[in-house]
Design a binder for this molecule. Structure first.
Ligand code: COA
Length: 219
């Protein structure tokens, strides 16, 4: 999958466990002060190593073929936040516990927020009889490469994958203060659905409808 961004020639590959440490690096650069960032590079590395190994997790990485070990950007998503968190809280717990416990020492508020994160999807289940939307979990582009179309390549690859997985809607939660990201999502067909508070911060949820049989979002 080779794509051209105005930044030069980039290859999109599936997000893989070997991208985890660099995905964590980009996550921290892209979301300073956010809760997941506060969990630290070790926890994020386990998260990004685990996610592509899960049947409900997927994503894409933009790499420069000349430097394949360095991510220029990535996007991650899940077809079920609940199933992903359940997997992380059970089968994958041994990988998460050591870096989490190291991080929680002396920071009890972090442990409370981590618990809020894990139980959130169970408090807001999908109504019965409706197909659950997929969730865009994170999209991060190397700061020096922003605003030249890398994010657009990543989100288009994600829409195609969602369509192939039979997903008909893709949700994303964005900090209300992150107006740049909201502009980006709206440009790619997401529309505002609702607001809620998470970790004491105002969050907005946006949704893109995925058109069946097409790689384009529905207008
Ligand atoms: C949002 C982001 C993934 C978009 O990737 P990108 O490669 O810059 O996207 P594109 O070049 O296709 O589109 C550019 C648009 O992205 C948005 N954008 C650019 N820089 C941004 C930044 N620092 N923070 C948030 N959004 C930004 C703007 O809407 C921009 O449009 P504009 O040039 O008209 O202002 C990228 O900017 C980024 O990594 N931001 C920081 C992390 C983040 O906020 N992620 C989203 C929440 S999970």
């Amino acid at each position: 999958m080779t794509q051209t961004a105005s930044s030069g020639r980039l290859t999109l590959v599936r997000l893989a466990p070997e991208h985890a440490a660099d995905a964590a690096r980009l996550h921290i650069l892209g979301q300073p002060g956010a809760f997941l960032t506060s969990l630290g590079a070790d926890v994020l590395t386990v998260l990004y190593r685990t996610l592509p190994q899960s049947p409900v997790g997927f994503g894409f990485a933009a790499i420069d073929p000349a430097r394949p070990q360095q991510l220029r950007g990535f996007v991650s998503a899940t077809t079920s936040v609940g199933a992903l968190f359940a997997e992380m809280g059970t089968r994958r717990l041994p990988a998460f516990l050591p870096p989490l416990l190291r991080r929680f020492v002396g920071r009890p508020a972090l442990a409370v927020r981590a618990t809020q994160t894990v139980i959130y999807p169970f408090l807001h289940p999908t109504p019965q009889g409706t197909t659950p939307p997929a969730e865009l979990l994170s999209i991060m582009v190397e700061p020096a490469l922003r605003s030249v179309g890398v994010g657009a390549l990543l989100v288009m690859a994600l829409f195609t994958e969602c369509q192939q997985r039979g997903v008909d809607a893709l949700d994303v939660t964005v900090d209300a203060a992150n107006v740049g990201a909201q502009r980006f999502y709206v440009r790619h067909g997401f529309t505002y659905t609702d607001a809620f508070t998470l970790y004491g911060r105002a969050m907005y949820r946006y949704r893109a409808k995925i058109a069946a049989g097409s790689t384009r979002v529905q207008a």
